[in-house]
Design a protein around this ligand. Structure first.
Ligand code: DOR
Ligand code: ZN
Length: 344
């Protein structure tokens, strides 16, 4: 049997939620990843250092003492965030980045930023503190087609931002388009991007295959095949400024299968396995480790993990549902096969 041992990977974009819901999902990530950048879009959002540290304690309380898992906390940026809060966050030693959501762009983004220019003074503080800005890169203008929101964001927001703040480290989160790939490749060393398994493996046909598929609805929305191929090529190219961020975002089945269904796909239960499939399909499994375990840590200025994980090329059936607090969720690939398996 083919096996593959790699340095323990990190997930640079993860939604864990809180409370019982978190308790149901967190071990899926802990078994696979050494660290994860924890998204702050709770309700209410994590806008202060105190909230981030409390949330971190909730996460650690779900884990055994020897789990070795390190949650890397983030602050949710608002137009009212005081500069001191960012300095305080940095000093805490547990907050690693600040997350920019355009107001209204996605789940719990109501308190996000209406105009990037309104937070320019705070971006100066991020530069001074050498803290990365994590960007949900979509415009929210209802006039802009939902499939064009990332492309328009690059021209209207991201390019001017990088011109103005040359020392700011920026992670362009969950990129989905050819234009984003090209922008990151020709961009400066202080610009990188995370890539999700769904944007590597699915195109927008997966939203409508045999009827509407709410469990394939995420934001940014799945794109046309041309874009999936560009993102796939970027991830598997070995380029050091593309790295792993699952954007695993659990929602209860009832919240997804609804007249106003939530955006988000849950992939933590087979995340590294899905990336292994991608690199295997591309014929470059030897590059999985750099994408999953080196590039992100290097960009964030963190030491690479010490331990390893082992994957086996062995097909297994993904459950149709998983427990999610008092409810259930429908995971990525529910009821279908996954080609790689984590060796426990
Ligand atoms: O699909 C998504 N789900 N995209 C996001 O940006 C947020 C996430 C969530 O929190 O559910
Ligand atoms: Zn996300």
């Amino acid at each position: 049997m083919q096996t593959l041992t790699i340095t323990r990977p990190d997930d640079f974009h993860l939604h864990l939620r809180d409370g019982k819901a978190m308790t149901s999902v967190v071990m899926d990530s802990v078994r696979r990843f050494g660290r994860a950048i924890i998204m702050p879009n709770l309700n209410p959002p994590i806008i202060t250092t105190k909230q981030a540290l409390d949330y971190r304690n909730h996460i650690l309380a779900c884990l055994s003492e020897d789990s070795g898992f390190e949650p890397l906390m983030t602050l949710y940026l608002t137009e009212d965030t005081p500069a001191d809060e960012i300095i305080h966050a940095r000093k805490s030693g547990h907050v690693y980045a600040v997350k920019y959501y355009p107001a209204g762009a996605t789940t719990h983004a109501e308190s996000g930023v209406r105009n990037m220019k309104n937070v320019y003074p705070l971006l100066e503080v991020l530069v001074a503190q050498n803290m990365p800005l994590l960007v949900h890169g979509e415009v929210t203008d209802p006039e802009v087609d939902i499939f064009d929101r990332e492309r328009v964001f690059i021209d209207q927001v991201l390019a001017p931002l990088l011109d103005r703040f040359q020392g700011l480290r920026v992670v362009f989160e969950h990129i989905t388009t050819r234009q984003a790939v090209e922008f990151v490749k020709k961009g400066p060393e202080n610009l990188a991007a995370t890539i999700t398994p769904q944007h590597l493996l699915l195109n927008r046909n997966a939203l409508f295959n045999g009827g509407f598929q709410p469990h394939h609805f995420c934001l940014p929305i799945l794109k046309a095949e041309e874009h999936r191929q560009a993102v796939f090529a970027a991830a598997t190219s070995g380029h050091p400024r593309f790295f792993l961020g699952t954007d695993s975002a659990p929602h209860a089945r009832s919240e997804k299968e609804s007249a106003c269904g939530c955006a988000g796909m849950y992939s933590a239960h087979c995340a590294i396995e899905l990336y292994a499939e991608v690199f295997s399909l591309a014929g470059c499994l030897d590059r999985l480790e750099a994408f999953s375990s080196h590039h992100g840590a290097d960009f964030y200025g963190l030491p690479r993990n010490q331990g390893t994980i082992t994957l086996e090329k062995r097909s297994w059936a993904i459950p149709a549902t998983l427990t999610f607090g008092d409810k259930e969720l429908v995971p990525f690939r529910a009821g279908k096969e996954c080609q790689w398996k984590l060796k426990q």
